[in-house]
Design a protein. Sequence first.
Length: 265
Amino acid sequence: MAAEKAGQGTRDVEKIVDDMTLFDDDLMSMVFDRNTEAAELLLRIILKCDDIRVISVVGQREFQSPVVGGRNIRLDILAEDSRGKHFNIEVQKRPEGAHIRRARFHSSMMDVRMLKAGQEFSELRDSYMVFITATDIFGHGLPIYTVSRRFEEIGDAFDDGSHIVYVNGSYSGNDAIGKLMHDFGCRESKDICYPELAKGVKHFKEEGGRRIMCEAVEKYADKKALDKQIEMIKNLMESMKWTAEQAMSAMQISDKDKNVLLKRL
């Protein structure tokens, strides 16, 4: 995430926003949030299906684990089309962020929320887990990698409605997906081919939405700094057998900040 690089000053934040592209999930989530036009463009190109009609799309939706103490996830984009199909679209700059088992986990978290008590399993809608990665993480030079389940013995498709797709963000072919990945790498809206994307990038980087973007970067940077402090406190408590108060005193944390951190421990 671009916000991880945020410094303490306004100038640092402004520089981060200037350098952002749609490969940064902070910007991507805002550009696509409630932007059905952009979501339709993206899904139609990646899935090669011209009749997708998106009826809802939200950015940065958090899914709570149904298991106590389980891992929660925050989705970059969650969309639904007119046929009831669900789409989770994630951007990842680092290969480790798109681990193949992460796709499995995200798919399961979408599925578990689709059925209500009493519904039949046959009513479970199709789900699509789409990872857009900045590099070609599988190394075969393909623009798109589509994962499908099959019966090993007979080779027929096992059509359970679960779909996983990886998009190679470094692909630069002279086709729709090549133009789309070009646009994802652009820092300025004037360089973007598709107007559905250029409009959103211009708003959040160059016009009235820039202030919102800067505030989001600062907020996320503050949260990361707080999480790092909490991790350090817990490590000291475990390694030194200290209380939280002793650990925070050793770290020279102010009394005001101690009260904030104690609520999170």
